[in-house]
Design a protein around this ligand. Sequence first.
Ligand code: PLP
Length: 463
Amino acid sequence: MNYISTRGGGGPVDFESALLTGLASDGGLYVPESWPQFSATDLAEMARLDYAALAFRVMAPLVGDAMPGPRLQSLIDAAYASFDHKAVTPLVQLDRRNWLLELFHGPTLAFKDVALQLVGRLFDDALTRRKARVTILVATSGDTGSAAIHAIAGRAAADIFVLHPHGRTSDIQRLQMTTVTEPNVHNIAIEGTFDDCQALVKAMFNDAGFRDKARLSGMNSINWARVMPQIVYYFHAALSLGRESRPTDFSVPTGNFGDIYAGYAAKRMGLPVGQLVIATNVNDILARTLATGHYAVSEVSQTISPSMDIQISSNFERLLFDATDRDPAAVRRYMDGLTQSGAFTLSDPALRRIRQDFTACRIDEAATRDEIAQSYRETGYLMDPHSAVGRAAARQQIQPDSDTPMVTLATAHPGKFPEAVRQATGQTPPLPDRYADLRQCEERYEILPNDLQAVESFINSRI
Ligand SMILES: *Cc1c(COP(=O)(O)O)cnc(C)c1O
């Protein structure tokens, strides 16, 4: 399988190049040249596979010739052996038609582990074979950073620098990053928002001199290899529910649009997917875009679901590519508009196509708290605020006169966001035992201004 840039520049590259470079050289995002197809017969057979075997079936055509099958399978096996649930991403039933897909059984208790436990191993494998070493640069609103650090800490082939917005992550999110003391792990707290962190990372990648000298590589969800493993659990959920020939709806707590884009990819690959509900908190740029066709960046608000406090949803560019019939010139026009004026307006056909696959729903802070309380009353289930945004959106978007099951993605363990859960339910969600002494550990991080020069010179001084 070859990968092409959403902005049309450069030639097609194989999976391994897309993995190691992250962003295409023209600033675009890599997408597969075509979507692999699974038939109804394939799906019926895939329904019998366990998670790791299913993951191989779904991902092998996307990796293509870049890696021999047995090596891919062994990396997949190792990645999902690090999860503390045998089903890897188990489903929990809430009522007759509603299910939760628990994606938080990995080492850092959020869904980012599903991708990063594999991506870390893919990086290490590729770099070791090439006898190369890279600097991995990650911007995080909280969960990506710890998942990336846990995927890379102690690996010989990479240094990792993680930029998080100073004071805007939860305590546990910060501690999961800053208490990892392997010498190849470097935490930077930026005096700004997540969008500032993401803009700094993009600017460093666009600074060719710095990028080449530091041998920069990315692990944000703009990296195709981050999206790919997330496609698997849409198949796993739908097939577990016996839906190989009938649709399943999904509601996805959304920030950077990586997770829900993976659901869209599953649909393009032949999985029967009904509606994909984009569930946002008050940072609702995507809900506004679906309602009006106008994508316009505004201020980021801090919420109790901080991993979704994002205005620029980078992976939306991948959807724009398909929505414009894979027209890189149109994508470039939209992205230029975004850079120049912080906004663009979708063409009518593009908006129509997006609305065929997606609906969107904004859940404010009060509704998020109410949802945590209501879910607890109805089922005794303690839900983290991100998952609650998804569940509240599912309640609003589920079609009353249909039998299609609705699967809400539970993206974080409630113990990661104990304050919000306690306020809504009076219950303190316990953290798994392995995190019991987190607050006693020594922390290590550098506070830097929102300034490209300052961050680049800090990184230069450490590599
Ligand atoms: C990252 C994250 C999200 C948002 O996922 P995107 O792929 O950025 O849309 C939602 N919930 C949690 C807990 C997260 O960590």
